[in-house]
Design a protein around this ligand. Structure first.
Ligand code: GDD
Ligand code: MG
Length: 351
């Protein structure tokens, strides 16, 4: 049978506590990844693999997401499935059953993944092997925050253990990207919190119905601030340097690459940006301001002669002139920092 639509359900509920305070005012799906909102970056990736519709399974800050994402993003159409209470990682799939085709497999994806996993390849394997579930695996140095997975020589998953104290010998973990056959949806109980990782996968594994797809390209779970920063820095560094312009000077402004400047980013006279800095759309740097190794969300203003190093600054923040933001600091969105402030290294400033 010819497939009419390939759908991807993105699990994007929960409170993103590990991204606080940045997530207090901004849903995780709107966090910029080298200037592009995560939801758009995920949609582009899924669309390049043939997905044409995504379903955003949300609860917290869902109204905001509906307004900002709209009906189309990154080449795919968007539908929302809103939970009244958090249903875990499997419950939202059951809730969205009517939005998924009854005949075709679909993708379910954690809503904090930045990757280039081969969507077409995964789907082809799933169909060829007639699996109930196909799970993408990645190798990480420390498997403990993830789901540890052991496979046999045929690529059948033999063990799945969420946040195991004794990880698999291979260090391979669940990448949070799955192809699921429609039958799996019917096996999830209705209207209550159910976990894919703790309730659904162990049963599929016991029955030998889960296949592994090994991914060796890039992969990040940006659900912790440290990983969010690492993803941005590494992806920024991968972007091509401007040919012959490692260092751009005009009117005393200095941009040291790799640096990303969003649209309408404005640099005052003598301002210095970079390296490894991301200024999102509509960020303004006052005269003589210096920003290095930092991520600045949209519409933030950094005052004259203020110095920001190794920091993450939320959206619509105003930092007064002559301030110093210490290395490792995180400043929540929509805050106002008075002129002349000294923020000690590794400070976290909440709203
Ligand atoms: N809609 C909805 N409702 N989504 C939820 C809910 C909920 O109640 N709870 C969590 N989610 C979403 C989160 O927003 C996230 O995108 C995804 O489900 C996974 O939850 P995380 O809280 O990010 O889990 P994790 O990172 O600790 O572990 C998961 O991801 C790892 C890979 O990044 C697990 O799937 C691990 O096995 C996996 O290795
Ligand atoms: Mg996560």
């Amino acid at each position: 049978m010819q497939r009419i639509e390939l759908r991807g359900l993105i699990l994007a509920g929960g409170f993103a506590t590990r991204l606080r305070p940045l997530s207090c005012s901004k849903p995780k799906l709107l966090f910029p990844i080298v200037g592009v909102p995560l939801v758009e970056s995920m949609a582009r990736w899924l669309s390049s693999g043939g997905v044409d519709k995504i379903i955003l399974a949300v609860n917290h800050l869902s109204d905001r997401l509906k307004i900002e994402v709209g009906h189309r993003v990154g080449g795919v159409t968007v539908a929302f499935s809103v939970e009244e209470m958090p249903l875990g990682t499997a419950g939202p799939i059951r809730l969205a059953a009517n939005l998924l085709s009854k005949d075709d497999p679909f993708f379910a994806i954690n809503g904090d993944i930045v990757s280039n996993i081969d969507i077409r390849g995964m789907l082809a394997l799933h169909e060829e092997k007639k699996a109930d579930a196909t799970i993408a695996l990645v190798s990480v140095l420390d498997p403990s925050p993830y789901g540890s997975v052991t496979t046999d020589s045929d690529g059948i998953v033999r063990k799945f253990e969420e946040k195991s104290a004794v990880p698999s010998a291979t260090g391979r973990v669940n990448a949070g990207v799955y192809v699921l056959s429609h039958g799996v949806v019917g096996s999830i109980p209705v209207g209550r919190c159910v976990s894919l990782e703790r309730d659904v996968f162990p049963k599929l594994v016991r029955n030998g119905r889960m296949r592994a797809w090994i991914h060796d390209g890039f992969w990040y779970d940006i659900g912790r601030v440290s990983e969010y920063v690492r993803a941005n820095r590494e992806l920024l560094a991968k972007q091509e340097l401007k040919a012959g312009e490692p260092d751009e000077r005009q009117n005393g402004r200095q941009i040291i690459w790799p640096t990303y400047l969003g649209t309408k980013a404005r640099l005052g006279v003598g301002a210095k940006v970079g390296p490894l800095t991301i200024l999102s759309d509509n960020v303004t740097l006052g005269d003589g301001a210096i920003v290095r190794n930092s991520i600045v969300f949209e519409e933030t203003t950094i005052g004259e002669k203020t110095i920001v190093e190794d920091a993450v600054i939320g959206e619509r923040v105003v930092i007064g002139r002559g301030s110093r933001i210490g290395s490792g600091s995180i400043i929540a969105g929509q805050l106002s920092i008075p002129p002349g402030s000294v923020v000690s290294p590794n400070s976290v400033i909440f709203c």
